[in-house]
Design a binder for this molecule. Sequence first.
Ligand code: ADE
Length: 418
Amino acid sequence: MEYDVKDLALAEKGGNRVEWATQGMPVLNAIKDRFSGEKPLKGVRIAACLHVTTETAVLMQTLKAGGAKVHLCASNPLSTQDDVAAFLVAAENIPVFSIKGEDRDTYYRHINQALEIKPQITMDDGADLVSTIHAERRELLQDILAGTEETTTGVIRLKSMAADGVLAYPIIAVNDANTKHLFDNRYGTGQSTVDGIIRATNRLLAGSTFVVAGYGWCGRGVAMRASGMGAKVIVTEVDPLRALEAVMDGYQVMPMLKAAKLGDFFCTVTGDIKVLRQEHFAVMKDGAVVCNSGHFNVEIDLESLAEMSKGKRQIRENVEEYRLSNGKRVNVLGEGRLINLAAAEGHPPSVMDMSFANQALAAKYVTEKGPTLEKKVYGVPEEIDLEIGRLKLAAMGIEIDILLPEQEKYLASWDMGT
Ligand code: ADE
């Protein structure tokens, strides 16, 4: 079996950590048990490009239990947990191609190695498999039924491809399921981003000024958690409605150029390029901490930061201190890559439980329905979303009310009086 991981001796540690994650993933476990009996993915070849974490390992076990053959590579060069990669190879016989800190060439070599499985399903987090297949590996298209996409940034890219008529196979936007983005993007990114910042810096958030760029679901989560730790939160936005929402949620809202002078911490979560750039670095306070929790490392313009700096040094693990020509210091965390995965462990198991339940059930869905789907981006079917919500509530021991038939009828009617 071909694979490329850092060190197989790490497998035992990885196995213990995967077992720990499993304990927080009851919905995915229930699906795994069901898959073991029904084998809905029997013989289906899946290439997965995901953050190689303990939670991803549980998803890989679930797909395998369903009968799939899987190759896994990383969806970010800094997010691999090497012990988990080793465990999947050594204990689960799943070919994994990923090493934390790999360079750009290795990252793309690993993507191509994962594609050697000749996938029928691609499972992406950021659309790198889809992009590589469309740009360089078009011979693979003939076998592909469909793909799934985990993240907002990937979905945006894929919808642009579909709008331009270049998307060559159907995609299920897992991110768009309510049981995904309402929980993973908000509570998962919120907690794990603050976790990453604290692990990297060991600085106190209480009393600090924390600037969040972007008030999508991830930004909402980061702002909420930074505020919960006692920071004064400033939100920057380009969308008037999101800006208004941030104001009414109790945050200050202002342009980045003003916020740049005030912030002790900056976190970008916009999905766009150059959100923090030269004009902002120039006015930041000495010692400001900047990081990104958006999918790609494009939100902080590190090139211009390097140009305006006299030098940089690694002052702590995951912290690079840039010394600006104006004498001030700007600290960049995790090379501007997703800080929650670069410096912490990503989202906790109990939110990935729902995200990856969507992935597993979407894989089953496209295995059954793939040939009938068009070359478009689809949402996760509502029945799947609701089923995952129900399973999660049941696992948490929470009961909810059921509509009376009379109430159901009222909601569906337009002619019943007030
Ligand atoms: N994305 C964010 N957190 C993650 C995790 N723990 N595992 C896989 N993908 C993630």
